[in-house]
Design a protein around this ligand. Structure first.
Ligand SMILES: [Zn+2]
Ligand SMILES: [Zn+2]
Ligand SMILES: [Zn+2]
Length: 203
């Protein structure tokens, strides 16, 4: 029997949202050093590190939560399973896929179409790779609005929200003041931790 020691890992970059692939051999992990795969955008790294005698931990920054998630990966699972999938615990978006190349590619494709379905069911099917970021931002804006923490400097809290491919535009329905927030700045800032959002008035 021919044993295949080659494995592929794919992960969703917590910064740009793209799927990044890396190939490695089980031998590379046996030395106890672990390995890392960097996204081509240069802003995120997936790490597979020894956790204990029988397994590894997989660390990745999450696009949805803006924080690191750590998953346990027993060596037996890595050695035997075609593909192991780790999802964000809060949003069920697939973050890491590890296993044999063909199975990993298939799992990534399945997850991408699942994510697209969720995104289009929210009416955001034109947002492309920013889909998850926009969903998350919309959820946050809804949250702020529910807590009466979204308003315009003029005093109005009637705010119109427009989602575009690259940015979100918030416009005051009363005085017409607006702000535009890009997907990049949503990812690169503490947007999901804002406790209020105020639109500066024109005057
Ligand atoms: Zn990236
Ligand atoms: Zn998460
Ligand atoms: Zn206003």
């Amino acid at each position: 029997m021919l044993i295949n020691f080659d494995r592929t890992v794919a992960y969703r970059c917590g910064s740009c949202g793209e799927i990044t692939y890396g190939d490695f051999s089980l031998f590379e992990l046996s030395g106890g050093k672990g390995l890392s795969v960097e996204c081509s955008c240069g802003h995120s790294v997936l790490k597979i590190l020894p956790e204990n005698k029988t397994g590894f931990k997989v660390c990745v920054s999450c696009l949805v939560c803006d924080e690191m998630h750590t998953f346990s990966l027993p060596f037996q699972t890595l050695a035997k399973k075609e593909c192991t999938e780790f999802a964000c615990p809060t949003a069920l978006v697939g973050l890491v896929f590890i296993g044999k190349e063909a199975a990993v590619k298939k799992a990534v494709m399945n997850n991408e179409s699942y994510v697209q379905e969720v995104i289009s069911s929210c009416g955001l099917n034109h947002t492309g790779k920013n889909g998850i970021t926009m969903l998350k931002a919309l959820d946050k804006i809804q949250d702020l609005s529910d807590n009466e923490s979204l308003f315009c400097e003029c005093g109005s809290n009637l705010i119109d929200v427009e989602i575009h491919e690259e940015d979100i535009r918030l416009e005051c329905c009363l005085c017409g003041s607006s702000i535009t927030i890009s997907a990049d700045s949503i990812r690169g800032s503490n947007f999901s931790h804002l406790d209020k959002l105020v639109i500066p008035s024109k005057q």
